[in-house]
Design a protein around this ligand. Structure first.
Ligand code: ADP
Ligand code: MG
Length: 459
């Protein structure tokens, strides 16, 4: 797909947007784009040197105004450059994504709402055509990689809670403040943010010389010739950094999951405060202006989308529920497959009912596609015998969670997986749920349990 209308081929060191961004290393790719780590030469030039020890400033441009945004240093030096394929339909999709990312950035000046930040966007002409490029804040590995890194064994509940808090904060913002539905929430589209202090991190502090005080420039302002000098110097350094930068360093800057670390035990995650952000707004829509009937990635798709009964914000809550389960267990909640005499959709509905009980008849028969899967009693047409295995039992029997933990987590998750979309809690309500606000750690709970046991034995 590196041909006319397709991906833009990038070589390390390639300049973008008049030399502002220098490509460093490929971070990932999607159907429509490749994503590159890039060095932003301008962000450091514009850093007032007197302030560079604590914060730096970065210009966030949208169509009409400039916002000045203070964000921690280092994160300003490196950005993620998403380069869209050039054909008309991909350009259209990029413009769509830019619309939603801009709206999200405009409403979140403090950059605290757990949504990836759009820093800049521009067009880049290459041999395969004009490519729309998005400059995003540089984030770490995805939750999918975190799950893999943990060898699909699931994460500790306290860690899941931290991650869920970020996802819910992001969703609450998108839903309540912006009226936006993400429509493709899944572990792959949630990226980790590093909270390691770069000053204390030897791997990352290798980047500090880039902020060194340039000669003959006392206050960081300086005339244009000084600026040129700084710029040249920065570009030279950026090129040298290319050679030095390693997979490990990149992973440290973003998340914490270098290839090297993945051979080690789960314990290497200890002490890392997990935070994350929602990314990939390529499928987002406004609740009052929807574009597509079929949304969401299969395994995270809500029942009302399969049945074509109309949808709203609560489809994201369904996907959130599927994601939270996957974080706890390492397994996808629903992995439907086509079978003998039935399709993927019907299997999906069967899996849902095996976990959550029979779908209320009114909901089952209420969608435009209902007749394809359900008879008039609300029973599946082709899959007759369902094996009911409720969530709390599944968590105990299959995933070996302690009874108490399983019960509490199931109490949190079950309402999110309500068949009736309007009965699902909002992101805001989830944030207020007791499970999200557990103070005592599992150790304390274990202690309490063993104390109770001891008392019983003594008694
Ligand atoms: P697509 O819309 O084509 O799926 P995404 O926006 O999901 O593209 O990006 C594709 C991949 O690029 C992601 O899965 C991730 O690995 C990487 N990526 C995207 N945005 C960032 C970012 N801000 N920081 C770091 N990596 C990113
Ligand atoms: Mg994606």
């Amino acid at each position: 797909s590196y041909r006319k209308g397709g991906y833009h081929a990038v070589r390390i060191g390639d300049p973008f947007s008049g030399g502002r961004y220098i490509a460093q290393r490929k971070l990932g790719w999607g159907q429509f784009s490749t994503v590159w780590l890039a060095f932003d030469t301008l962000s450091s030039v514009h850093t007032p040197l007197s302030l560079s020890l604590s914060v730096s400033f970065n210009l966030i441009r949208d169509r009409t105004t400039f916002h000045i945004q203070s964000i921690p240093k280092f994160s300003t030096n490196y950005v993620a450059l998403k380069i869209q394929k050039s054909a008309q339909q991909f350009a259209q999709a990029a413009l769509h994504e830019i619309e939603f990312l801009s709206a999200a950035a405009d409403g979140d000046l403090q950059n605290t709402k757990c949504v990836v930040r759009l820093i800049d966007h521009f067009k880049h002409a290459g041999p395969n055509g004009q490519h729309l490029c998005m400059v995003l804040e540089f984030l770490g590995d995805s939750l999918l990689r975190l799950i893999r890194y943990n060898r699909y064994k699931g994460l500790k509940l306290d860690r899941v809670r931290e991650i869920c808090r970020c996802i819910l904060t992001g969703l609450d913002y998108l839903h309540r403040e912006l009226g936006m539905i993400h429509s493709d929430l899944k572990p792959e589209n949630i990226l980790l943010v590093s909270t390691i202090d770069p000053g204390k991190d030897p791997v990352r502090s290798g980047l500090t010389p880039l902020l060194e005080k340039p000669e003959g420039n006392a206050n960081g302002g300086g005339g244009s010739s000084t600026m040129n000098l700084i710029e040249k110097k920065l570009k030279r350094r950026a090129k040298r950094a290319v050679a030095k930068i390693s997979e490990r360093r990149v992973s440290m800057v973003g998340g914490a999951l270098g290839e090297e670390a993945s051979s080690k035990s789960e314990r290497s995650l200890d002490g890392i405060d997990m935070r994350c952000k929602v990314v990939d707004f390529g499928n987002a829509c406004w609740a009052d202006k929807q574009f597509a009937e079929e949304i969401q990635t299969r395994q995270y798709r809500a029942p009302e989308v399969i049945l074509k009964s109309g949808y709203s914000f609560s489809v994201d809550m369904w996907s959130f529920g599927c994601t939270a389960f996957e974080l706890v267990t390492g397994d996808m909640l629903f992995a439907p497959k086509e079978g003998n005499g039935y399709g993927e959709d019907e299997d999906h509905l069967a899996l849902m009912m095996e976990l959550l009980g029979k779908m209320p008849r009114k909901i089952a028969i209420g969608g435009a596609r209902s007749k394809d899967y359900f008879d008039r009693h609300g029973d599946l047409k082709r899959i007759r015998r369902l094996k009911y295995w409720p969530l709390d039992r599944l968590l105990v029997d299959k995933y070996k969670l302690p009874e108490g933990e399983a019960k509490e987590f199931a109490e949190f998750l079950s309402p999110v997986l309500e068949f009736a979309p309007e009965k699902r809690p909002t992101a805001q309500q989830c944030l207020e749920h007791p499970w999200m606000n557990v103070v005592s750690t599992q150790n304390d709970a274990d202690n309490v349990e063993s104390q109770v046991r001891n008392l019983k034995i003594k008694g």
